[in-house]
Design a protein around this ligand. Structure first.
Ligand code: FAD
Length: 317
C-alpha cells in the first residue's frame, strides 16, 4: 500500500522506521534482529537506504596504491523484498541519482515494480568523498526533481525507449527529502523551498524531513511550506542521540543544530549508556509535541540499533 494511503487511513500519528543495509559480508539476520523488536508497533512502512560506491586505496605487492570502487552496503532492493516477505509490511527503497544513468534507474524501477514495491523515496545523493560537488553519472540525473520526473513518467507508462508501445504504467507513491534547517548547498531557505516546490510540482506525494532536534524547526518548516502552497504530508524524521561522539558527528554529517539543553545533558553523561537514556528522553518529548502538532507519521532513523527507538515508540503504544 502507498505511504499516502496509510496516512489517509490512519486515525492517529503513525510510526515508521528507517534501516541501513548491513555492511557487506554481514547476514540479513542483523536486519531482522533490529526490526523484530519494532514489529509489535505495526509500522505502516519501513524505509531502506541506498548507499553508493566509495573509493578505497589498496596497497599492491609492488608498493603502489590501487584505487578501487567498493559498495560497502549493497542490498537495498533485496532487503525490501525480504522484509515484505517476512513481516508482510510495506517497504520504501531509497533511490538516488548518484552512480546511475537513466537506463539503470529504469531497470531498477522495473525490478521494484515486479516485486510489488509501491513506494520509492527519490533523492539526489551526496557527493562521494573524493568529490567537492555532486557529479551526476553520464546520462544520469543532476537533481532529485529530474529523477522524480523519470519515476512520474513511468507511472504514466513513459519509458526511455519511445518506440515501446502500450507499456505498462508503474504506480509508485513518490516521497522526497525536505530540510527544516535548509539543505547545506542551498544559498538560503527561500531557494531551498523553491526547489522543494519543484519536486512537488513534478509529482512528489509526500516529504520526509532530515533529522532535527528542535521541534520549532519542523513547525516553522511546515508553516513555510504551507505558505508556499506545498500541501502534501510532511513526515518529521527523528534520530535519538546515542553516543557522545554524535554531538560532533551529526552536525558534521547532516548539517544541523543541536539545542543547548540537549548538548548540556549529553555533556554531563559519563557513559554512552547514559547518553542513550538522554537521547530517549529527548526524543520522547519531541514525539509528544509532534503528535500534538498533528504530524501524520513520525519517521525514526534507527541506524541499525533499535532498543532506543523501541523505548520511545513503546511510550506511546
Ligand atoms: P535535491 O532535491 O536535488 O536538492 C539538492 C540541492 O540542490 C538542494 O540544495 C536544492 O535546493 C538544490 N536544487 C534542487 N534542484 C535544483 C535545481 N534545479 N537547480 C539548482 N539547485 C537545485 N542519501 C543517500 O545517498 N542515500 C539515502 O538512502 C538517503 N536517504 C535520505 C533520506 C532522507 C529523509 C533525507 C533527508 C536525506 C537522505 N539522503 C540519502 C541524503 C540526500 O541524498 C542528500 O541530502 C543530498 O545532498 C540531497 O538530496 P535531495 O534529494 O534533497 O536533493
Amino acid at each position: 500500500m502507498k505511504v499516502t494511503e496509510h496516512i489517509k487511513n490512519a486515525k492517529k500519528t503513525l510510526f515508521s522506521f528507517e534501516i541501513l543495509p548491513p555492511l557487506k559480508g554481514t547476514s540479513i539476520e542483523s536486519i531482522y534482529n533490529s526490526l523484530d523488536p519494532l514489529m509489535e508497533f505495526n509500522p505502516p512502512f519501513i524505509d531502506v537506504t541506498y548507499h553508493r560506491e566509495e573509493y578505497v586505496y589498496k596497497k599492491r605487492k609492488d608498493g603502489l596504491l590501487e584505487r578501487r570502487s567498493v559498495r560497502k552496503r549493497p542490498g537495498t532492493v533485496g532487503i525490501c523484498a525480504a522484509i515484505m516477505n517476512k513481516y508482510n509490511v510495506d517497504t520504501v527503497p531509497h533511490i538516488i541519482c548518484g552512480g546511475f544513468n537513466q537506463e539503470e534507474t529504469e531497470n531498477a524501477l522495473i525490478d521494484l515494480d515486479f516485486l510489488g514495491v509501491d513506494n520509492v523515496l527519490v533523492l539526489r545523493g551526496d557527493p562521494i568523498k573524493s568529490e567537492t560537488y555532486f557529479t551526476p553519472e553520464e546520462g544520469g540525473h543532476s537533481y532529485a526533481s529530474e529523477l522524480l520526473q523519470q519515476v512520474d513518467g513511468m507511472n504514466k507508462g513513459i519509458y526511455l525507449d519511445e518506440e515501446l508501445k502500450n507499456s505498462a504504467p508503474t504506480d509508485f507513491c513518490i516521497g522526497v527529502a525536505g530540510y527544516p534547517e535548509k539543505h547545506f548547498e542551498a544559498p538560503n531557505m527561500r531557494s531551498d523551498i523553491h526547489f522543494l516546490k519543484k519536486k512537488v510540482e513534478a509529482g512528489a506525494d509526500y516529504i520526509v524531513t532530515q533529522m532535527f532536534f528542535d521541534n520549532q524547526q519542523y513547525f516553522d518548516f511546515v508553516n513555510l511550506c504551507r505558505e508556499n502552497d506545498i500541501n502534501i504530508p510532511i513526515i518529521p524524521g527523528l534520530k535519538p542521540v546515542s553516543t557522545n561522539k554524535q554531538l560532533t558527528l551529526l552536525p558534521q554529517r547532516f548539517h544541523l543544530n543541536m539545542p543547548n539543553p540537549l548538548v548540556d545533558e549529553v555533556l554531563k553523561c559519563k557513559t554512552n549508556e547514559q547518553v542513550r537514556q538522554v537521547g530517549v528522553e529527548w526524543a520522547i518529548q519531541q514525539t509528544k509535541e509532534l503528535i500534538e502538532f498533528g504530524a501524520p507519521c513520525i519517521h525514526f532513523y534507527t541506524m541499525g540499533k533499535s532498543d532506543n527507538v523501541q523505548k520511545i515508540v513503546g511510550t506511546f503504544s
